[in-house]
Design a protein around this ligand. Structure first.
Ligand SMILES: NC(=O)c1ccc[n+]([C@@H]2O[C@H](COP(=O)([O-])OP(=O)(O)OC[C@H]3O[C@@H](n4cnc5c(N)ncnc54)[C@H](O)[C@@H]3O)[C@@H](O)[C@H]2O)c1
Length: 260
């Protein structure tokens, strides 16, 4: 028996690196999954991989920044599985790299709509279902950027601070009703997106880029997507029954010290 046996869990951003790695961990632990992403093609491929593990899985192409689409995939989950036990509210976008005083207003709004409104809307539509059930667990994806400034990424940085605020507020509100709300703060994680950022910075020497960035943490390496997934699975499971309102850094210790 897995730690999430039979639980019905929605994963947003499920076509991406962290979302898909986490979905695989949740499937291994026995969860029934509703995978959501705006990238329908990649989502279908991920869903096939998870189904090949023997898991019960469905996939819906949807935009988390649109309330009507969120309401619809939450309802679809309840229709299919009878309940919604968990939400991994993980879809996110990074945006352009630009100093605050040059940042494009439309880009600021676009990133905010996905990273802030999207996280809000996930909780806005899932929590009423969990209230009816009297139970449920939510994990939102923040970032180590929730605790530090990130030069060049004002909207991403502000949005990830907001995710922690949304998490703590929902935890305070829904705790008395038996619903837990936490967030994870990944550090530098080994994803295709990271490689695309490192390539120009390190003249194509991606391995050197990963090694260099890894030095921000005492473990002296960057993380793997599955290392986020394992913590998310724990937080969504009953083993974390006394954990709510927490912002868990998963960063090899990067936030705990100043490396020099
Ligand atoms: N990779 C890292 O180092 C890192 C570090 C800290 C936090 N994070 C956060 O982790 C989460 C996952 O990031 P990732 O590294 O897997 O990136 P990724 O780009 O591989 O995955 C993000 C996924 O979200 C989807 N998405 C984007 N906008 C959407 C929308 N409006 N509706 C539905 N889906 C949408 C994308 O299509 C993509 O599949 C993000 O919230 C990101 O900010 C990542």
């Amino acid at each position: 028996m897995g730690t999430l046996q039979g639980k019905s869990i929605i994963v947003t951003g499920a076509a991406g690196a962290i979302g898909s790695a986490t979905a695989a961990v949740l499937a291994r632990e026995g969860a029934r999954l509703m995978l959501v992403d705006v990238n329908g093609e990649q989502l279908a491929a991920r869903a096939q991989q998870i189904a090949a593990m023997g898991a019960e899985v469905q996939a819906v192409r949807a935009d988390v920044s649109r309330g009507e689409e969120v309401r619809s995939f939450v309802e679809a989950t309840r229709r299919s599985y009878g309940r919604v036990d968990g939400l991994f509210n993980n879809a996110g976008v990074e945006g352009h790299i630009m100093p605050t005083w040059e940042y494009d207003e439309a880009e600021f709004d676009r990133i905010t709509r996905v990273n802030v409104n999207g996280v809000f809307l996930g909780m806005r539509h899932v929590i009423p279902v969990m209230l009816e059930q009297g139970s449920g667990a939510i994990v939102n994806t923040a970032s180590i950027g929730s605790e530090r400034g990130l030069a060049g990424a004002c909207t991403y940085n502000a949005s990830k601070h907001a995710v922690v605020g949304l998490t703590r507020t929902a935890a305070a509100e829904a705790g008395p009703k038996g619903i837990r709300v936490n967030c994870v703060m990944p550090g530098v994680i080994d994803t295709p997106l990271l490689e695309s950022v490192l390539a120009p910075m390190f003249n194509g020497d991606i391995a050197l880029g990963k090694k260099t960035l890894g030095r921000i943490s005492p473990l002296e390496r960057i993380g793997q997507p599955v290392e986020i997934g394992e913590v998310v699975a724990f937080l969504l499971s009953d083993a974390a029954s006394f954990v709510t309102g927490a912002a868990w850094s998963i960063d090899g210790g990067a936030l705990c010290t100043i490396r020099h």
